[in-house]
Write a protein that binds this ligand. Sequence first.
Ligand SMILES: [Zn+2]
Length: 70
Amino acid sequence: MATKTTTGFKVPCPLCGAIGTDEDDGLIIEVGTLTLKCQACSEEVSVNDLETLVADTERLIRWLAAAGQV
Ligand SMILES: [Zn+2]
């Protein structure tokens, strides 16, 4: 069965950090199973992995904002 995928998310892979371009690397979603996969490291990425990435990103932004106020 041909696997349909969708791409175009400029989101770094939480596991290896690869950021997708239109065709290369980064995260893709297999449409049939809604499985998130990274084309760079071939690992499955869970929503939990993404949430950790978002939480870390927000923490970094807060840290930078706090550092800028000193
Ligand atoms: Zn990856």
